[in-house]
Ligand binder design. Structure first.
Ligand code: C5P
Length: 237
């Protein structure tokens, strides 16, 4: 059995709906991502329930604050026993280093968000960030690497370039995944699961193609099989 590369985005407003979905899934096939909405509504108890059922949890809270505060938040996340947590690379070098020092390497994975994909060049200019978004993503990913983080969240379209620049060890987590023929929903730049893996992604964040499927387990099984067929380094990370 290949290790699960799928991270199911549990974008639900309440714990009951999230648990109902998780009960239909298999921790051998996927991990779970809990973001701001669900975590704010339910708190850490829900994470414990997922972990008790054998799921690895990615706590997607994108911490961005002064270094001390982010370090303490990262420590608290690691203490919860989550598999992965993230911070904003825009918090800068000192914040990233403080986050790294708070989490022992080899335990909870610490990754960074570079630029939010919702921001276009005009949005970046508004906040004084000059340059092409791709260049900024590249710079922030390098900064995350220099600060010892385990990887970044990035578009699968950026993954090939970042893999080449940052090497095999660096972990690439890619959302915006749609199986061939599926609805794009509100995603703009989408990639198939196979292409994302070929581009060098380690983990694929997949929400609605699984959570809104008539049979979420079957959808997850099919995606896992497609990914396993193209993955050559399944035991990585
Ligand atoms: O339903 P869908 O597959 O579009 O869900 C994708 C998940 O990945 C959502 O939780 C979304 O917030 C997250 N995400 C994203 N694009 C980013 C970062 C995170 O779609 N750049």
């Amino acid at each position: 059995m290949h290790e699960p590369r799928i991270i199911v985005a549990l974008d639900f407003p309440d714990g009951k709906s999230a648990l109902q979905l998780a009960h239909q899934l298999d921790p051998q096939l996927c991990r779970l991502k809990v973001g701001k909405e669900l975590f704010t509504a339910t708190g850490p108890q829900l994470l414990e329930q997922f972990m008790t059922r054998g799921f690895d949890v990615f706590l997607d809270l994108k911490f961005h604050d002064i270094p001390h505060t982010v370090a303490r938040a990262c420590q608290a996340a690691a203490d919860l026993g989550v598999w992965m947590v993230n911070v904003h690379a825009l918090g800068g070098r000192k914040m990233l280093q403080a986050a790294r020092e708070a989490i022992t390497p080899g335990t909870t994975k610490l990754i960074a968000v570079t630029l939010l994909t919702s921001m276009d060049q005009n949005d970046l200019a508004d906040i004084g960030l000059a340059g092409q978004p791709e260049q900024i993503v590249d710079r922030l990913a390098r900064l995350a690497d220099e600060c010892g983080l385990d990887g970044v969240v990035c578009s699968a379209l950026e993954a090939a370039h970042l893999r080449q620049q940052l090497g095999e060890r660096f972990c690439l987590v890619t959302p915006g995944i749609r199986p061939h023929g599926d609805s794009a929903d509100d995603q703009r730049r989408i990639t198939t699961p196979q292409q994302a893996i070929r581009n060098g992604a380690d983990y694929l964040v997949i929400g609605r193609p699984i959570t809104q499927a008539g049979n979420p387990l079957l959808a997850c099984q099919q995606l896992h099989a497609e990914i396993s067929a193209v993955s050559t380094s399944a035991t990585k990370h």
